[in-house]
Design a protein around this ligand. Structure first.
Ligand code: PLP
Length: 461
């Protein structure tokens, strides 16, 4: 995945390029539409998103600032609901969730998947119809399950034998019978980073098909009087560009569905194939087309079910990154520009690993540009870094910025809508940034910036 390696040893270990830095782009000012949000433009030197210039956004809302292109987000959500017209599309809230985003999702006709009591609370606060919520998690607490069942969430995805017992007890206590799916792991090795691949057997999620655990889980749920088993769930990983993993997983899980029908005489009506579609973080990334993946997954499931004499189940998918990721950018102000002679220039901005941990965590690659003005200066090999006390606090390892870049300029990092704010921290007691939604020339704060008071609020001395 990444061209960079963390040598074994200290967490402060230098991160070394394994090969030469990329060639400079032909035009340092050009915005690649595959990477930048749909409404991003460079007008008169400055970049605008949603019809608003970044200088105005920074002046009004401060930096670092997450800027969500609402139109882009909504369009991607609509693309999914159209491509999967006969299926349920759950937006995976773990990618990015706040009340505004939850409402966009509902308004575009999608459902919402949550994976903790906190995400459920946001969904409920946003007014998401409870039957449109699916709840995940490999270690849901009794309290979380209680809240979910009491509220009446549409689907609970069961992840362990402990959970079958726990959920049965909770449902019995509330005299309810929630609809549940069983999460199975198909043994598919997704071609992605180890920490985001989720369907191989040696990991924490789900019930393995290969060991018979999945079959045992089906029997246990069927024996639980307060659980209504409606289907199966499979999620193979994230940031996947290769259709074969999805296809093999869909085939295996559809075969398992057929096996359940033949052995137990039970017909399960739903098959949730999870999320995981990759997006373009750099010009070299080539995401799968939503429509063609929808067609191929549906065809595989249909074929398997026909061969097994089973009616076609209702398919569900759970895209997160593919909806939120490309719609967001992070705007930073440059604070220091330090040339390490003969090596590269370190450009430090006013955020860092607390608002984007993905580079440090997964070796993710990003695209960044100076956005507050245009420049005709030559390319300067740079490393975009944050302000944390950590040498691994890197946002973009290698990029070319204009050689006349100076403190006060604004840079933006593209495709930060997913898994950046949602994974943000207060490391070094940095307040988390604000998030604005931009659309048709208007900017609206959807998450306010944290303050020092917020940081102290929980500290009771
Ligand atoms: N569904 C499940 C069960 C997940 O674990 C995840 C991500 O971890 C997703 C959906 C969303 O994945 P992505 O954002 O890559 O589409």
């Amino acid at each position: 995945m990444s061209r960079y390696a963390h040598p074994a040893g200290s967490r402060h270990a230098e991160i070394l390029p394994e090969d030469n830095p990329p060639m400079p782009p032909e035009d340092l000012n050009a915005l690649d539409p595959r990477v930048w949000p749909a409404t991003a433009r460079r007008d008169g030197g400055e970049v605008s998103v949603g019809g608003i210039g970044v200088r105005e956004l920074a002046a009004a809302h401060g930096t670092p600032l997450f800027v969500m292109d609402e139109e882009d987000f909504r369009r991607r959500a609509r693309d999914f609901s159209q491509a999967f017209a006969d299926a349920d599309v759950y937006y995976a809230g773990k990618a990015l969730l706040n009340k505004a985003v939850a409402r966009w999702v509902v308004e575009e006709g999608l459902k919402l998947d949550v994976c903790s009591g906190g995400e459920l609370a946001v969904a409920l606060a946003a007014g998401v119809p409870v039957e449109r919520i699916g709840m995940h998690g490999n270690n849901k607490s009794e309290r979380e399950l209680h809240r979910a069942v009491e509220a009446g969430v549409g689907r609970i995805i069961i992840d362990s034998f402990d959970e079958i017992e726990r959920l049965e007890a909770v449902a019995a206590g509330l005299d309810r019978r929630p609809k549940v799916l069983i999460r199975v792991t198909t043994g598919v090795e997704a071609h992605t980073h180890e920490f985001v691949a989720t369907a191989h057997d040696d990991q924490k999620f789900g019930f393995a098909l290969s060991t018979g655990a999945a079959g045992g889980a089906v029997r246990a749920v069927l024996d639980a009087p307060h659980l209504e088993l409606v289907g199966l769930h499979s999620h193979i990983g994230s940031q996947i560009f290769d259709t074969s993993g999805f296809e093999v997983a869909a085939r295996r899980v559809a075969r398992f569905l057929t096996g359940i029908h033949q052995e137990l005489g039970v017909t399960l009506d739903e098959l949730d194939l999870g999320g995981g579609l990759g997006i373009a973080y750099t010009s070299g990334d080539d995401p799968l087309d939503t429509k063609s993946i929808a067609e191929s997954l549906t065809a595989i499931v249909r074929r398997e079910c026909e061969e097994g004499g089973l009616p076609m189940p209702r398919i569900a998918v759970e895209p997160g990154r593919a909806i939120a990721g490309p719609a967001g950018i992070t705007l930073y102000e440059v604070g220091t520009v330090k040339d390490v002679e003969g090596i590269r220039t370190y450009v430090s901005v006013d955020g860092g690993m607390s608002d984007n941990i993905r580079t440090a965590l997964y070796g993710s690659e990003y695209t960044s540009q100076m956005v507050s003005r245009e420049s005709s200066a030559g390319p300067m090999l740079s490393r975009l870094v944050g302000k944390h006390c950590e040498s691994g606090d890197i946002i973009v390892h290698d990029l070319y910025l204009p050689a006349d870049l100076r403190p006060g300029d604004l840079v933006a990092v593209a495709a930060t809508g997913a898994y950046c704010y949602s994974m943000a921290s207060n490391y070094n007691h940095l307040p988390r940034p604000a998030m604005v939604a931009v659309r048709e020339g208007r900017a609206r704060t959807i998450v306010r910036r944290e303050t020092e008071e917020d940081l102290l609020r929980l500290d009771v001395g």
